[in-house]
Design a protein around this ligand. Structure first.
Ligand SMILES: [Zn+2]
Length: 94
């Protein structure tokens, strides 16, 4: 599998580290203990398209959001996490 890093171009998987589910959102400060347990310990194991966090450890050190089919390993999109976070903040503000 190769990932097309937006900064470095196509690179082998050995340069990246999988860092988890990109769809998980941190609960509010006043969330219940149950919400925090879910956030820390519970993850879905989807069969199909999924957004994942990857870190380009042997390259540019960018955090990436990879949209990948977990059944076929087909990759539909690779974007810098900082760009997605900024876009989400702008969308929430408008
Ligand atoms: Zn890179």
């Amino acid at each position: 599998m190769r990932l097309n890093c937006p900064c470095c171009g196509p690179r082998g998987l050995e340069e990246f580290t999988y860092r988890g589910d990109a769809t998980v959102r941190r609960p509010a400060v006043n969330a219940t203990a149950s919400d925090w347990v879910d956030y820390v310990y519970l993850r879905d194991n989807p069969a199909g398209w999924h957004r994942e966090l990857w870190y380009h450890a042997a390259g540019c050190h960018a955090w990436l959001v990879v949209t990948r089919d977990t059944r076929t390993h087909e990759i539909a999109d690779v974007a810098r996490a900082v760009d997605i976070a900024c876009h989400d903040r702008k969308s929430a503000a408008s």
